[in-house]
Design a protein around this ligand. Sequence first.
Ligand code: COI
Length: 356
Amino acid sequence: VSPFKRGAILSDTYSSETNELADIDWDSLGFAYVPTDYMYIMKCTRDGNFSTGELQRFGNIELSPSAGVLNYGQGLFEGLKAYRKGDGNILLFRPEENALRMKVGAERMCMPSPTVEQFVDAVKATVLANKRWVPPPGKGSLYIRPLLMGSGAVLGLAPAPEYTFLIYVSPVGNYFREGVAPINLVIEHELHRASPGGTGGVKTIGNYAAVLKAQSAAKAKGYSDVLYLDCVHKKYLEEVSSCNIFIVKDNVISTPAIKGTILPGITRKSIIDVARSEGFQVEERLVAVDELLEADEVFCTGTAVVVSPVGSITYKGRRVSYVEGGFGAVSQQLYTVLTRLQMGLIEDKMDWTVEL
Ligand code: COI
């Protein structure tokens, strides 16, 4: 089925543009925005239905200064990736999971959301229209950023009267400037990312603005990112600003359970399934900060970070170090299986990838 069936508008230059790889230095991709060719836009009106979406040339969008998203933060985002295989075809990783997570988030933020089919079709159309920006095999991926926002004008605090679903893409390499080398985290014990009953469990834009202060302070001191503790006991691990956290002790893998304050990461969920299929015991539970002292390995997972080994964690001035120089044995094994699956290098027994 053509992903373009839903009214996608393509320019005359589209096919010649997409057949050749973009002329950029594919060896120096990090996680910085590279403008691409097309974005996808779909509007939802007061009746709660999304109209037919369309591809447009990538560019600025117009919003009322009174838009709900600008005034009251009524917005969500998603993140997923497309990889180019050796045969030139493109693989998406579990796009319907992002669609489902956006639905849950939209419900929490009082927004209508696209159906799973609308979401996945839109992702496919956007990736195909920007095909020349999908990095060659082994050079990175195309990061896909769907947004859902209250674009209608409001003044009093209320859900916006109109919504916009938008997707843009950018070729990316490694998220952290360390590359795949271990990252150094610092535990934040005063500022919190989320609270019970709040929005920490959905991918609303405000959750990410809320961590910038602690993250900037940590980066200024040379740390890669911040690890947050729960705000009630200030004792249990929650997540890093941009990813979920796992610890390994005696080959048992543990990660904080999802309980409303932690983002239900799709890479997190996939790593749990991969680990179990590789024969590991995985526990989703409360993980106390003290357990970091005894852990054999610590690693992070996320769409942007993929699987990232943690080299050290600093808590109240005390630094604990883990495997030096690279992955620990367990995180290496999980990283290898997951990324080979995402890149189409091993059989996808989980049926997670979608080929374009
Ligand atoms: C992702 O991993 O896709 C995220 O949304 C995290 C973001 C801070 C880059």
